[in-house]
Design a protein around this ligand. Structure first.
Ligand code: MN
Length: 340
């Protein structure tokens, strides 16, 4: 079978590997059907991921069909359509015991720390897959994992319909968080420096869009919130500066959710957090969010069809990467199809 392996930064090779085999009775063999390309895959490709190791078969947004099952697999059958949960946790450390397995002390993520799903066949334990209805298309199915990230953000921020949420950054992550925040019934403002992204945000239900290049963002947030600030600020820009700004946009007793993996320090005073009792809460991956997100997809709540803009055969991965990085073309989610 063919696997897409980043052998070292900026080298992505189509390797021929042996077909994986079921080794444990709780595993299933999957024919991979589609894989989404994520910003984090691009970081691993370029060597700018702070966590990935090489060589690595990338791909963590994966959907496929079960073609063989181990003898102790009871919840799945041959022919089932599934999505892969990339998060692997130990189940016994402090974090796992308190139900925070996405930050397990031995956390491994498929496609990051161990091989992921950009390969024609994949063996996975049944606890790392979720069944999806046959009515969902393969390309829709790969959008489930990105929305587990958005759902995790909303859960960390404890979003309710009374919140006034400000999402900084209208890239793929920011836009999916916007959709999720609107599903929760909250008010949502969003900023970016590109008008075409803000135009999409408007179509996705943003209550206000802010071009951070053109107007003073803090003034605008205060104007939109009766001078109080946003109750939740989500930093999907992830620069040193944006984290500092996020603290200045949030109201007293508000929550700030940073999403960045930036190692450089930001300058934030203790006073700005203590005096106003700000909660700063990181949000990483997802914690058991697949069932809820799959329900949203079954109900059509998120209307994700228009988020998928381009499709490539998986063997065209290097063309897909070049396309994503071409500043002249707009792309939303780019999907690899494994139909060969
Ligand atoms: Mn992703």
């Amino acid at each position: 079978m063919k696997s897409l392996c980043v052998t070292s930064p900026n080298n992505l090779v189509i390797e021929t590997r042996d077909l994986p085999v079921i080794k444990s009775s709780d595993e299933v063999l999957i024919k991979v059907k589609a894989g989404g390309i994520c910003g984090s895959d691009m970081h691993i490709y370029h060597g700018s991921s702070p966590v990935a190791t090489y060589p690595r078969v990338i791909g963590h947004e994966i959907a496929g069909e079960i073609i063989e099952i181990g003898k102790d697999v009871i919840d799945f059958a041959i022919g089932d359509h599934i999505v892969m949960d990339p998060v692997i946790s130990c189940g016994t450390c402090y974090q796992c015991r308190i139900g925070r397995k996405n930050v397990c002390s031995k956390l491994k993520v498929r496609g990051v720390h161990i091989d992921g799903g950009y390969q024609e066949f994949l063996v996975l334990p049944q606890k790392n897959i979720y069944k999806i209805p046959l009515s969902l298309s393969w390309e829709e199915a790969i959008m489930i994992e990105p929305f587990t990230i958005a759902e995790q953000v909303c859960s960390r921020a404890e979003i309710s319909k009374d919140d006034i949420v400000f999402v900084m950054g209208a890239g793929p992550v920011g836009l999916s968080i916007l959709k999720m925040v609107k599903l929760y019934g909250a008010t949502c403002f969003i900023s970016d420096v590109f008008d075409y992204k803000l135009q999409i945000a408007k179509q996705y239900g943003a209550d206000a869009t802010i071009n951070a290049k053109e107007i003073d963002v803090k003034d605008e947030i205060l104007r939109l919130t009766d001078s109080n600030g946003a109750t939740v600020v989500i930093d999907a820009v992830c620069s040193e500066k944006s984290f500092e700004q996020a603290i200045s946009y949030v109201c007293s007793a508000g929550r700030v959710i940073p999403l960045g993996f930036n190692k450089n320090p930001s300058v934030i005073s203790q006073l700005s957090i203590t005096a106003r009792e700000i909660d700063v809460r990181g949000s990483r991956l997802h914690n058991d969010k697949f069932p809820k997100v799959i329900d949203y997809f079954i109900n059509g709540d998120l209307r994700i069809g228009d988020m998928i803009t381009h499709r490539f055969s998986f063997t065209e991965i290097n063309n897909a990467i070049a396309f994503i990085e071409d500043p002249e073309v707009y792309n939303g989610k780019v999907v690899l199809l494994f139909n060969e």
